[in-house]
Design a protein around this ligand. Structure first.
Ligand SMILES: NC(=O)c1ccc[n+]([C@@H]2O[C@H](COP(=O)([O-])OP(=O)(O)OC[C@H]3O[C@@H](n4cnc5c(N)ncnc54)[C@H](OP(=O)(O)O)[C@@H]3O)[C@@H](O)[C@H]2O)c1
Length: 295
């Protein structure tokens, strides 16, 4: 749930909570209308509520930064309204487990990534380079592509809005694709899967290209590529590896400290601007991870 504590202190454990004389209030986003196209402020109301007393083993923390993620657009269709908006305060390790457990690339293989300049995609590419792979990415601006190549070490990056995807694949992946990390779905995914090697692996992480669509797009049929190239296509939700969360955090932390991975953040300001931030990532405003600084 997206909540901003309206107090300024950091509360920790039951003891600290019971030291406070007044009640603790939180602000939260409540979805009152199903999204039609882009999310709008008028789809929500911000509600203030008094938090219940902590139970044994619970802690209360004040959010300084909130995460904005594409799934917040995609998942709300199944809820009965009004409902508290979903969201998170701590980033997870989607890239680590998707690469390691689904793509399991070998050194020398080629990985293609869509949504390559985003939080997950930029991380996937860097892990690919650490593992000794050739990495090619697709992102939505020339600046993002330059960042991927010059800063993050991608072998090639292409602007999917202006490039011919088939030509880009021939240029960037002359030995074809062994692993595809799919963040966007749609026609580009069908084209990439048509350029894969036999026994290639596809990690289906998301399909952001259609999250705002009211009718689902039609794309080139995938089954012939999957059958004739004998591809392994697997969707995943990162929560599958909740019991191994620490492993991912430690591996990423080590790579960060060794200077092997870098990150960018797009910081939006203010709890009241959460919707603007969510729309922003769906429009591609962010490079790297998008977060909202609560105040
Ligand atoms: N399966 C899981 O457990 C899991 C967990 C986390 C995230 N995900 C999924 O992973 C994907 C990336 O998430 P993220 O958090 O890393 O977001 P992100 O990539 O940081 O932000 C979204 C990016 O998507 C791109 N985009 C927007 N519309 C697009 C379109 N029509 N076609 C292609 N790209 C488009 C934009 O970049 P451009 O400028 O390049 O267009 C934008 O910056 C999403 O599909 C998300 O749902 C899945």
């Amino acid at each position: 749930m997206l909540k901003q504590l309206s107090t300024s202190a950091f509360f920790c454990a039951k003891r600290a909570y019971s030291n406070v004389t007044g009640k603790i209030n939180a602000r939260k986003y409540v979805l009152t209308k199903y999204f039609q196209g882009e999310p709008k402020q008028s789809d929500f109301k911000i509600v203030e509520e008094e938090l219940p007393e902590l139970k044994d083993g619970e802690i209360l923390t004040e959010a300084e930064y909130l995460s904005v993620d594409p799934y917040m657009r995609a998942y709300m269709i199944g809820y009965k309204l009004p409902t508290d908006m979903i969201g998170g305060q701590v980033a997870n390790n989607t890239a680590y487990f998707g690469v390691k457990e689904i793509l399991y690339p070998k050194a020398g293989e080629t990985i293609a990534i869509t949504g390559a300049a985003g939080a997950v995609g930029s991380h996937v590419g860097q892990i690919g380079k650490i593992l000794g792979c050739r990495v090619i990415g697709f992102a939505g601006t020339d600046e993002k592509c330059e960042y991927l190549q010059k800063e993050l070490g991608f072998d090639h990056a292409f602007n999917y809005k202006t490039a011919n995807i088939k030509t880009a694949l021939r240029e960037g992946a002359p030995n074809r694709i062994d692993c595809y990390f799919d963040n966007v779905g749609g026609e580009i995914s069908s084209t990439i899967m048509g350029h894969m090697n036999k026994y290639g692996r596809v990690a289906v992480c998301g399909s952001i290209s259609s999250y705002n669509d009211t009718t689902l797009p039609k794309v080139t049929i995938l089954q012939p590529s999957i059958v004739f190239k004998e591809l392994k296509v697997e969707g995943f939700l990162v929560n599958r590896w909740l019991d191994r969360w620490d492993e991912g955090i430690k591996a990423n932390m080590n790579w960060l400290q060794e200077g092997k991975i870098k990150y960018e953040e797009k910081v939006y300001s203010g709890f009241d601007n959460m919707v603007e931030a969510l729309v922003g990532i769906l429009r591609g405003e962010n490079t790297g991870k998008a977060v909202v600084k609560v105040k």
